[in-house]
Design a protein around this ligand. Structure first.
Ligand SMILES: Nc1nc2c(c(=O)[nH]1)N[C@H]1C(S)=C(S)[C@@H](COP(=O)(O)OP(=O)(O)OC[C@H]3O[C@@H](n4cnc5c(=O)[nH]c(N)nc54)[C@H](O)[C@@H]3O)O[C@H]1N2
Ligand SMILES: Nc1nc2c(c(=O)[nH]1)N[C@H]1C(S)=C(S)[C@@H](COP(=O)(O)OP(=O)(O)OC[C@H]3O[C@@H](n4cnc5c(=O)[nH]c(N)nc54)[C@H](O)[C@@H]3O)O[C@H]1N2
Ligand SMILES: [Mo]
Length: 685
């Protein structure tokens, strides 16, 4: 008899789908499908996860512990036992700790977003060890900080309400590719007569289906937002009553934006002033008005302030009064995650002051920026050799002979090639986990459907075993996965009231009213409880109390000298068939993507003698990579786009788009600036 197991998609995507996994009598998964009853998933999956069995049963899965048997990076390994692997790691870590444990760094991100496999036993282990803390900045911290300055927390519109909006701004977001289950709602809104506007330097699959597409230069969204506010205020398209009751600092904001005429913003953004004016008038008059922003727009110098400014818009027009009005960046702040219990930062021994390393500058940290220097790195749930900026520095850092490198992986990634000890990790169908979402309002439980393949172990188990080897006797190190899962959501918090039913039902909506209109009566999560146009707490930290425009580090306008040599602004947004660098090694998805591409406008291609499908070299002072030309008007002039993230070793010349991206950080949140990157493009020789 086959059985159906309730699971959750673990990947770094706002949709966090509820899965139904069918297992046959022989204990083999035969189908993974979307739960038809889950309101967001609604029975459909993206093309990647619909073929999940190809990932789980891939012949390329790592199934045994291994140690390096060749030079770093060569990818030559020999099989060892778990005992040898764990003993080696424990011995090396203990030796480093005798001196200063901060020389050890965990490096992890969202390969799985589950709390059991990515936010509990691992953290407990490194905290107790006294290792360096990792600032997990690689994706969203700029936008999160900017949003929090205005709204107070990662709380916004309910995704399920978008279909009722009549004016929708899709801003730095490409839901057709990266948020499919929102896209369904947006199409429904369109059918019901909503006006859809997309703001993106690239005419994406999403932009193509909107009524209007505005293509600004990357990193200039802050200027656009300030100009929209200028028009709204100047033309009195604002909700004075909402502003008076529920916001703080309106007069100061009005003064700040007064000079930001559409003409001024046009010069910064490369948009037409008339388009900016028309957009402001539409946004100020059509109700309900919803904004979907995504992290695409905050990967540049001014990313924090751009999000901060955009987040002011709904309060100005009183959009929050209606459930289908407001803005959504992330829903993660709605969940009562018991992070202290899960992660136990209190276990830090305290012999040395805490030291943090920013994962977005890992190249520099490994090459001497860190004091005390790093002697060991333990990578799990991440593939820094492919995804971290300034790839050549990252490669040099991981090539250090004196660096002890442990990697927990499902596949032989670019990073795995640099491991001294490589440990096989289970996939979501083989382990237990507990999830929240950053797009919708449901908690999800993931039950293991099958036994681990080969000798693979869950991350949680690997860190539990390492804790034993290092003699950590605190009771939290004997928690099994079910114990940890039960600790994930704080049961004392009213919002998690439904979490008791999670294990059996697979998912549960947070105990929030439906419809959910979080800020209809103010109650923002800021210190003042109001929507803070003006932030006194940022002022106290020496920051600008009002949203401002921070130009890109690298753009023809902000850095004309650099632009003489490198005139084109490069973005490297998600490729549809990859999820960051996950899935980018599996035949089906590689076949779909074809080969690394660079989208370039005919006006930029022609003077460089570039024709469609020719092999290109994309370069700046940091490095170079190769891709094949797609000459198209879908990308605006002055900008090129390299759909990402390719594995380096599968990219032909061993380099991907991160060869040219920089380790410079954002204005708020210390985030990476992947899309703030000048390059020159030429025909490959
Ligand atoms: N298929 C797929 N889905 C994914 C991912 C994936 O790699 N593949 N990644 C997941 C992850 S990690 C995340 S963080 C989320 C969100 O993923 P994001 O990386 O935010 O990606 P998108 O939502 O695709 O939106 C990015 C869009 O912003 C545009 N953009 C780039 N620079 C700018 C700019 O300066 N201004 C404006 N207005 N737009 C700009 C890009 O052209 C792109 O179309 O998606 C998740 N979902
Ligand atoms: N140029 C460029 N670079 C980018 C981006 C971009 O748009 N352009 N996007 C950035 C963004 S938004 C993000 S979030 C980062 C993402 O960067 P990462 O979080 O590093 O994401 P992935 O590249 O998907 O790598 C995740 C790895 O975790 C592994 N994994 C999955 N589940 C498990 C598990 O249970 N156990 C273990 N041990 N391993 C597991 C997968 O096999 C995979 O190799 O990349 C960033 N890099
Ligand atoms: Mo991300």
């Amino acid at each position: 008899m086959s059985k159906v197991v309730r699971a959750a998609c673990p990947h770094d995507c706002p949709d966090t789908c509820a899965l139904l996994v069918t297992v046959d009598d022989a204990g083999r998964v035969v189908q993974v499908r979307g739960d038809p009853d889950h309101p967001t998933t609604a029975g459909s999956l993206c093309a990647k996860v619909a073929h999940y069995t190809e990932r789980v049963y891939s012949p390329d899965r790592l199934l045994h512990p291994m140690k390096r048997a060749g030079p770093k990076g060569a990818g030559r390994f020999e099989r060892i036992s778990w005992d040898e692997a764990l003993t080696t790691i424990a011995r090396r870590f203990a030796a480093i700790c005798a001196d200063d444990p901060r020389a050890i760094l965990p490096y992890s991100y969202a390969g799985t977003m589950g709390y059991v496999q990515g936010g509990s036993m691992d953290r407990r282990f490194f905290h107790r060890l006294g290792a360096s803390f990792l600032e997990r900045t690689i994706c969203s911290t700029a936008g999160t900080a900017g949003y929090a300055a205005t709204i107070g927390a990662s709380i916004g519109m309910d995704l399920e309400e978008f279909e009722n909006a009549r004016m929708i701004l899709i801003w730095g977001a490409n839901p057709v590719v990266s948020n499919l289950h929102l896209w369904r709602r947006l199409q429904e809104a369109k059918r019901r007569g909503a006006r859809l506007v997309c703001i993106d330097p690239l005419r994406t699959e999403t932009a193509e289906k909107c009524h209007l597409h505005l293509a600004p230069m990357p990193g200039t969204d802050g200027a656009l937002a300030l100009a929209l506010m200028q028009v709204l205020i100047a033309e009195n398209l604002i909700d004075r009553d909402y502003i008076d009751r529920y916001t703080q600092g309106f007069d100061a904001l009005a003064e700040r934006v007064a000079a930001w005429t559409p003409a001024r913003a046009a010069a910064e953004t490369g948009l037409a002033a008339t388009d900016i004016l028309a957009l402001a008038r539409d946004y100020g008059s059509i109700r309900p008005a919803a904004i979907r922003i995504n992290y695409g727009l905050q990967r540049c110098a001014g990313g924090g302030n751009a999000v901060r400014a955009i987040a002011c818009l709904p309060a100005l027009i009183g959009a929050w009064r209606e459930p289908a009005g407001g803005i959504l960046l992330s829903s993660s702040g709605n969940f009562a995650v018991a992070s202290q219990t899960l992660e136990r930062p209190d276990l830090y021994p305290g012999k040395f002051p805490r030291r943090s390393i920013n994962m977005a500058a890992i190249g520099n940290a490994l090459l001497g920026d860190a004091d005390p220097p790093l002697k060991a790195i333990c990578v799990y749930n991440s593939n820094p050799l492919a995804i971290a900026p300034d790839g050549e520095r990252v490669r040099q850092g991981f090539s250090r002979e004196d660096l002890f490198c442990v990697v927990l992986e499902q596949f032989q990634t670019d990073t795995a090639d640099y491991a001294d000890i490589l440990l096989p990790a289970t996939t979501q169908l083989e382990h237990l986990d507990m999830h929240r979402s950053y797009g919708h309002l449901y908690m999800l439980a993931n039950q293991p459907a099958i036994a681990p393949l080969g000798e693979a172990k869950p991350n949680s188990e690997i860190f539990r075993l390492l804790a034993q080897r290092l003699g950590f006797i605190e009771p939290c190190f004997s928690d099994d996965d079910a114990n940890i899962a039960a600790q994930a959501f704080n049961p004392a918090d009213a919002r998690s009231a439904s979490c008791a039913s999670l294990a059996t039902q697979g998912w549960a909506r947070l105990n929030l009213p439906k419809p959910h209109t979080p800020f209809a009566q103010g109650k923002f999560a800021t210190p003042s409880g109001k929507c803070e146009f003006y932030s006194a707490s940022l002022e106290r930290q020496g920051c600008d109390p009002l949203p401002c425009y921070v130009p890109p580090h690298e753009s023809p306008r902000s850095n004309p000298t650099l632009a003489q040599r490198y005139p084109l602004a490069m973005i490297s947004p998600p490729a549809r068939n990859f999820l960051n660098s996950s899935f980018a090694n599996l035949p089906r998805f590689l076949q779909e993507e074809g080969r690394p591409r660079l989208l370039i406008h005919p006006d930029d291609a022609q003077p460089r003698g570039i024709a469609d499908q020719q092999k290109l070299r994309i370069a700046n002072d940091r490095g170079a990579f190769h891709a094949w030309a797609e000459v198209t008007e879908r990308i605006r002039p002055g900008v090129v786009a390299a759909p990402s993230v390719w594995w380096r070793k599968l990219s032909g010349d061993g380099e991907n788009a991160n060869a040219v991206t920089s380790q410079a950080l954002t204005d708020m949140g210390d985030g990476p600036t992947f899309y703030d990157c000048l390059v020159e493009v030429s025909l490959a020789t």
